[in-house]
Design a protein around this ligand. Structure first.
Ligand code: PMP
Ligand code: GLU
Length: 397
């Protein structure tokens, strides 16, 4: 069949694929330990669930405005003002089916054929594919370990062409957990201004921050940055609401209108029940959220300590989000069952087969000499998984 070349060029999401594979094996009775997707293991807080049940009972089960019900957009404006020092009006907000759809809407709204978007390695797996789906060209910028894999102005300068339309910034970063400082954001904002670029700022991990680090939205750096930034955020991570599919964007009215127009034809609105739950999440008590964040920090510290003791493993210590990157290239060309490990994909396939541990290969993020472990899973599972990892590494000869 003569199907879409564009669709054929898209790689399916490795993070979702591996997570689904681990779940499938578990259902078949295999004792799998999954460090796969970044998905909190906690249930959604009770007050949020109650708000959803109430919405259903009250008959809030109809279509809503495409960009989201007004009360939710007002609650998002309040949140952005309180947490991020950003002032938006409800008509600058578009609520979408996860931050993933917000990103898809953003790229569709701003890109013309051949427009380039700069993303830095390691990048979240979906950025390049979403850009390609909007006929854009992802330009991959290499970053270095010495700078915590954050891009610098010099690196940005080397990637700019007359086709550059936008840059993506993801702070705290998936998969490294790196956080950009105010000074770094200031320089990036200046660079965007000089080159008239749109900034797409993915802030979905803003609440998951450790060691008293601080999240700053690049949109709050200056009036110019505010006008050229599309802020992307959502409730999946901080509120343990991955399955509810709630994301949102905040940007200037012109782009917001285009994003809403795109969405009106693709998914209409996000499901009405999630919208009422989201109002409660944003406006209700926050104790359960703080408990989750403290627990993530405990797990992170445990993992860092244990991994450092294993065979001098080199890791990226995360400042935020819930992932740890482990450098595996010193195991390249070692073998297990006569299979040589030559890439992160070989490594992750082999450890799944041999020890039933699911990890994400770094190649998904453009960093092939790493694997990513998510610590959004219980301490017992983390302990068992690290025991298995240690055993596996000893078997590599
Ligand atoms: N951005 C980043 C950096 C992510 O890791 C994810 C993963 N969930 C998303 C966006 C999308 O999240 P969601 O669609 O669940 O809101
Ligand atoms: N963002 C999460 C991750 O990186 C969930 C999976 C996905 O949406 O790709 O694991």
């Amino acid at each position: 069949m003569n199907l879409s070349n564009k669709a054929k060029e898209i790689n399916p999401s490795i993070t979702l694929e591996i997570t689904a594979k681990a779940k499938e094996l578990k259902e078949l009775g295999v004792d799998v330990v999954s460090f796969g997707a970044g998905e909190p293991d906690f249930n959604t807080p009770e007050n949020i669930i109650e708000a959803a049940i109430k919405a259903m009972k009250d008959g809030k089960t109809k279509y809503t405005p495409t960009s989201g019900i007004l009360d939710l957009r007002k609650a998002i404006c309040k949140k952005l003002n309180k947490d991020n020092d950003l002032n938006y009006e409800p008509n600058q907000i578009v609520v979408s089916t996860g931050a993933k759809q917000s990103l898809a809407n953003a790229f569709t709204a701003i890109l013309n054929k051949g427009d380039e978007v700069i993303i830095a390695t390691p990048y979240w797996v979906s950025y390049p594919e979403l850009i390609k789906l909007s006929d854009g060209v992802p330009v991959i910028l290499k970053t270095i370990k010495e700078n915590d894999y954050k891009y610098t102005i010099n690196e940005l300068r080397s990637s700019i062409t007359r086709n550059t339309k936008a840059i993506v910034i993801n702070s705290p970063n998936n998969p490294t957990g790196s956080i950009y400082t105010k000074e770094e954001l200031f320089e990036i904002a200046e660079f965007a201004k000089e080159n008239n670029l749109i900034i797409i700022s993915d802030e979905i991990y803003e609440k998951l921050i450790y060691d008293n680090e601080k999240h700053i939205s690049i949109a709050s750096i200056s009036e110019d940055a505010y006008n050229r930034t599309i802020v992307i955020n959502g409730l999946s991570k901080a509120y343990a609401m991955t399955g509810w599919r709630i994301g949102y964007s905040a940007c200037n009215k012109e782009i917001a209108k285009l994003m809403s127009s795109v969405q009106s034809h693709v998914t209409s609105n996000i499901n009405s029940i999630s919208q009422y739950a989201a109002i409660e999440a944003l406006s209700g008590p926050k104790e359960s959220i703080n408990i989750m964040i403290k627990e993530f920090e405990k797990r992170r510290n445990y993992m860092i300590n244990r991994l450092k003791q294993i065979n001098d493993l080199s890791i990226i210590e995360p400042k935020g989000a819930f992932y740890i990157m482990i450098c595996i290239d010193k195991y390249y060309n070692k073998s297990i069952n006569n299979e040589k490990i030559k890439s992160s994909l070989d490594f992750s396939k082999s450890i799944l087969e041999e020890e039933k541990v699911a990890v994400i290969p770094g190649v998904a993020f453009g960093l092939d000499n790493y694997i990513r472990l998510s610590y959004a899973t219980s301490m017992e599972i983390i302990e068992e998984g690290l025991n298995r990892l240690e055993r596996y590494l000893k078997k590599l000869k």
